[in-house]
Ligand binder design. Structure first.
Ligand code: UD1
Ligand code: CA
Length: 477
């Protein structure tokens, strides 16, 4: 067994992507939460590329910034200021790789489904005895209109690639098409690129012409691959198709790692989300950003979580919406709860329907089960927050903090005007507007005393009815 030569990767991403009709460069359109070009970078990394050069042009600053943010110095950039064809783009990248010896993988920034396995297969094929300097990935389609066709001689050897626009009627009947992914010997590539000529229908330098050039050095080898992994994105319809494939791929991987994904077609799980075994994702769940779901947690129908850490055994009932929050072990949230940024729910807490929290922590075992707004709060352990409680945290200028100490009890329909503190074990009576701190173990009552007027209800009804009857009477009766 020979050891694999070093691998560099070139990603073509300078084109405009006109058919997307977008202000955003095509390669930055997200697929399952990651810009498509990032998926390609990750595939190159997984295949063992020691250097990755992205060819940028249209939307260059944006593409560079997005990739720098995620990959730092692991990606290099080559600028192609004028798009003179795929061969020219690779030539630009090779200036950056001037001293590189080994194999060069060439990929497109708009084919996010391509995986490391395809590159490994190309490398293996190129190293087979008698193989030439180029390996190219191909597929078969009933109608490969628009794609380059693979030309073979009578013996089946690959002798060239003909672009659709340059092909004869007979060549257009060829169903084997060029997926646009290659592994090429670096030295050969350096020799072949200067010989490309724009004598073709598009007046471009075609990278595909290196396949014909390889004939003199032992022929190119074609590796057939599944169409699903090589489809590219040219328009929004293909973007949706590619995303659907990626979604299923993510769901399948979760399943393999021990997560129940009830309906893979509607599991919207982004690239950087992590889920531990025995967690359950019910249909129509959306998990975004760096969300993490702990072992055995259950995320019920329709939950939308963005950068949320859910501890093990937590139960998120249907339609919980949470952003940048933490949910503790065994906690129960929902249905229809809204956790806004910096909510931190401790273990065994309960948050119920139509409860909104923002920048509020709740200690172990505390509950807010119905209809409440808790903003800028610090809630201790075993606190009960009654229905309709509101933390009045904002005076129009500043946000203020409400503190509920351990074991305190807030009766329904209370308003806590912050800054305010409710002491340990204290009671706030139902319907109280709390404006001053409540000491430990005290009862705060702030409501009008009730009085009952005996027999008043029927007298009132009679009076009201008489008014209506007088108004209904015909005037001249
Ligand atoms: C290319 C192949 C074709 C193949 C198809 C697969 C050539 C000549 N043809 O055709 O055989 O079937 O891909 O999808 O290579 N790019 C640059 N700079 C340029 C031109 C293109 O960076 O000057 C980038 C584009 O942004 C894109 C990729 O290269 O990511 C492919 O370019 P595109 O013009 O789409 O090539 P196709 O005509 O589709
Ligand atoms: Ca294309």
């Amino acid at each position: 067994m020979t050891t694999a030569p070093p691998l560099a990767a070139i990603l073509l991403a300078a084109g405009q992507g006109t058919r997307m009709k977008s202000a955003l460069p095509k390669v930055l359109h997200p697929v399952c939460g990651l810009p498509m070009v990032s998926w390609t970078v990750q595939a190159a990394q997984a295949a063992g590329a020691s250097r990755i050069v992205v060819v940028v042009g249209h939307g260059r600053a944006q593409v560079e910034a997005a990739l720098r943010a995620r990959f730092g110095d692991a990606v290099e950039f080559a600028v192609q200021s004028e798009q003179r064809g795929t061969g020219h783009a690779v030539a630009c990248a090779m200036e950056t790789l001037a001293d590189f010896e080994g194999e060069v993988a060439i990929l497109c920034g708009d084919s996010p489904l391509l995986e490391a396995g395809a590159l490994e297969a190309l490398r293996a094929a190129r190293r087979a005895p008698g193989a030439g300097p180029v390996a190219v990935l191909t597929g078969e389609l009933d109608d490969p209109t628009g794609y380059g066709r693979i030309l073979r001689d009578a013996g089946g050897r690959v002798i060239g690639i003909r672009e659709h626009k340059d092909a004869t009627a007979e060549e257009r009947t060829i169903r084997e098409w060029n997926a646009g992914v290659y592994v090429v010997d670096a030295a050969f590539l350096r020799r072949a690129l200067p010989n490309l000529s724009p004598r073709n229908a598009q007046r471009e330098l075609y990278l595909t012409d290196i396949v014909e050039a390889a004939r003199d050095e032992g022929f190119a080898v074609a590796v057939r691959w599944s169409a699903e992994s090589v489809i590219g994105v040219n328009d929004r319809a293909q973007l949706a198709e590619v995303e659907a494939v990626m979604r299923r791929r993510i769901a399948r991987r979760l399943g393999e790692s021990g997560v129940t994904v009830r309906d893979p077609a509607t599991a919207y799980v982004e690239a950087d989300v992590t889920v531990e075994p025995d967690a359950v994702l019910e249909p129509n769940v959306t998990l975004r950003g760096r969300t993490h779901i702990g072992a055995g947690a259950r995320i019920d129908v329709g939950c939308v979580l963005d950068d949320v850490r859910v501890a093990q055994g937590a139960l998120l009932k249907p339609y919980t919406v949470a952003h940048r929050s933490r949910i503790g072990e065994g906690a129960q949230v929902g249905p229809f709860s809204h956790l806004r940024p910096d909510t931190d729910l401790g273990p065994e807490t309960h948050v119920g329907n139509f409860v909104e929290l923002k920048k509020t922590s709740m200690g172990r075992g505390s509950k807010a089960n119905h209809l409440a707004y808790l903003g800028d709060g610090i809630v201790g352990e075993k606190v009960n927050v009654g229905a309709g409680t509101i933390f009045c945290n904002y005076d129009g200028f500043q946000k203020h903090t409400t503190v509920l100490e351990d074991g305190s009890f807030i009766g329904s329909d209370s308003q806590l005007v912050a800054p305010v503190r409710i002491g340990k074990g204290a009671y706030v009576a139902t319907g109280t507007t709390v404006t001053r701190d409540v000491p430990d173990d005290a009862l705060a009552v702030g409501r009008v005393k009730q009085s009952n007027k005996e027999g008043y209800a029927s007298r009132l009804r009679a009076k009201l009815k008489a008014t209506v009857d007088a108004a209904d009477k015909p005037r001249d009766a």
